[in-house]
Design a protein around this ligand. Structure first.
Ligand SMILES: [Zn+2]
Length: 507
């Protein structure tokens, strides 16, 4: 009804503007009205959220992987990524969103995801509640479920982490993992997949308690490749994760970084975000339609650690999951809407660095073979053993990052070597002559040696970082399918949820 009136007003304005233009030809300050407002209500909605992903993360991924020789360490990642080649490039409509929280300009994943899931601003660390934490906000996933649709929530970090939690849980603090786990079970949503729950944060509850309670509510808990492959449309409610996360040897309950995928020993740990998305379609497709939220959560974590290669590889893994939705869209173009965005930028990542002037050497990044996370675990072991010399450590750096290898164009200047030596001392002995605040500017809360290695490698490529936390940089939005044109323009993160809820008629 509202739309009809709007169209009528538009057509009146249009006739008026023709009459006006006829007698005043030099008025080109006017913007053509957007008349593309016809669309069908999408039965299938995919909402992709790249955590910590804004334009620098997307662009650096295409630039870094443009080199033909880039050795892609993940079995699942195709070698054809390069400038202009991400699936995101196929989206016909782009917009831009502001991300600020109710009480802080630079947001966190909880406040941002509350905005994206509900259409309301909230305060830092709050999960789908108002800023005062006195009232729950209904999420678009809950609305879709109430309409009889099936709902899937997928994340490469723990499934109770802030971003996924904001679609099914309501709690004053993102660290209330036990409450979030219980909300997960009570949601009745059909498919949870990716990382596990963070049961090590439970107060008086365990993973066994969680599985028992989930099973009582009709969920199957699956953590093997065979079990995952066997899942089908008749499997009922499913929680699917990776085997190693059962014993919590992983990275805070998250899936491994895409760059480390091949290094996983068990096939049970080699299920990708794209695999989880593809299975989601198989499990959720039904006559009432579905809503699926897919988060690329470790793009953010790699950016917190200022490791651009691990971030880029996770952007590719995220983009491959988008590719799965694109293939589905091609089969159901009249019934599908796909929206892709990030929740905030992370790291203050930029393309361009002081010492390289206008030049970039993104091809140097191809020599990194593992994530900062794996390398930091090695440094921790050296610290414990207490026998590793700086020279020995640099041999390992050469193997894992190429840094120090002149034949690869990665020889070190005296200045760079002094930075590495100082960081190594800090990592192994805790001493390097820096005051605490000076050390924080250099290393954040990360292992000093590892973060100095990634900084120097990134800088040599012509890339730099301003922070170990999020930034207030706006974030792009991409849309494809029914209602896609609603997503063009420059608006607030709360508007994205409002647009999806309106287009899909969730309310
Ligand atoms: Zn973050």
């Amino acid at each position: 009804m509202k739309r009809m009136n709007f169209l009528r007003i538009l057509s009146v304005l249009f006739i008026f503007s023709i009459a006006f233009t006829a007698c005043n030809n030099d008025d080109d300050s006017k913007v053509e009205p957007n008349s593309i407002s016809e669309y069908k209500t999408p039965k299938y909605v995919f909402f992709f959220i790249g955590d910590g992903m804004s334009t620098p993360q997307i662009n650096v991924t295409e630039a870094a992987l443009n080199d033909q020789d880039f050795t892609l360490k993940s079995a699942s990642i195709s070698s054809t990524v390069g400038i202009g080649k991400l699936n995101i490039r196929q989206f016909p409509v782009a917009g831009m969103q502001t991300t600020h929280a109710e009480d802080r300009y630079i947001t966190c994943s909880a406040a941002a995801a509350t905005a994206l899931a509900t259409g309301y601003k909230t305060t830092i660390n709050t999960i789908a509640m108002n800023g005062e934490r006195t009232q729950d906000f209904t999420t678009m996933a809950e609305m879709a479920k109430a309409k009889g649709m099936k709902v899937g929530i997928i994340s490469s970090v723990s499934i109770d982490h802030a971003t996924p939690a904001c679609f099914y849980a309501h709690t004053p603090d993102r660290n209330n993992y036990q409450e979030i786990g219980q909300d997960l079970i009570a949601s009745g949503f059909d498919y949870f997949a990716g990382g596990n729950v963070r049961f090590n944060k439970y107060k008086d509850y365990s993973l066994n308690n969680f599985i028992t309670d989930a099973t009582a509510q009709g969920y199957s808990y699956v953590n093997t490749k065979a079990g995952f492959t066997a899942l089908n449309a008749n499997s009922g409610r499913v929680i699917a994760t990776l085997k190693s996360l059962e014993t919590y040897t992983g990275d805070s309950g998250a899936m491994p970084y895409a760059i480390d995928l091949n290094a996983q020993e068990s096939e049970d740990d080699k299920i990708t975000l794209a695999d989880f998305t593809e299975k989601g379609i198989e499990l959720l497709d039904n006559e009432n339609g579905f809503f699926m939220m897919i988060e690329g959560g470790k793009i953010d974590w790699a950016c917190h650690a200022n490791d651009v290669v691990s971030s880029a590889m996770d952007v590719v893994a995220f983009d491959e999951a988008i590719g799965v939705a694109l293939a589905f869209y091609k089969e159901h173009p009249d019934e599908t809407l796909i929206v892709v965005t990030g929740d905030h930028e992370c790291g203050g990542l930029t393309l361009g660095f002081a010492s390289t002037d206008y030049e970039t050497s993104f091809d140097l990044l191809k020599h990194q073979t593992e994530s900062y996370f794996i390398f930091t675990n090695k440094v921790k072991a050296w610290k414990q053993a207490g026998t590793k010399t700086f020279e020995q450590a640099m041999t390992e750096v050469k193997t894992s990052f190429g840094l120090g290898d002149e034949s690869k164009g990665l020889g070190l200047s005296e200045y760079e070597e002094s930075l590495l030596r100082s960081a190594f001392e800090k990592s192994i002995t805790g001493q390097n002559g820096y005051s605490a605040d000076e050390a924080y500017v250099h290393y954040g809360s990360y292992d000093p040696f590892t973060v100095t290695v990634t900084h120097i490698l990134n800088n040599k490529a012509g890339i730099d970082w301003t922070t170990f936390q999020h930034t207030g940089t706006p974030v792009p939005v991409f849309a494809l399918g029914q209602g896609q044109y609603e997503f063009s323009g420059y608006y607030d993160n709360t508007d994205i949820a409002k647009k999806i809820i309106e287009v899909a008629k969730y309310q």
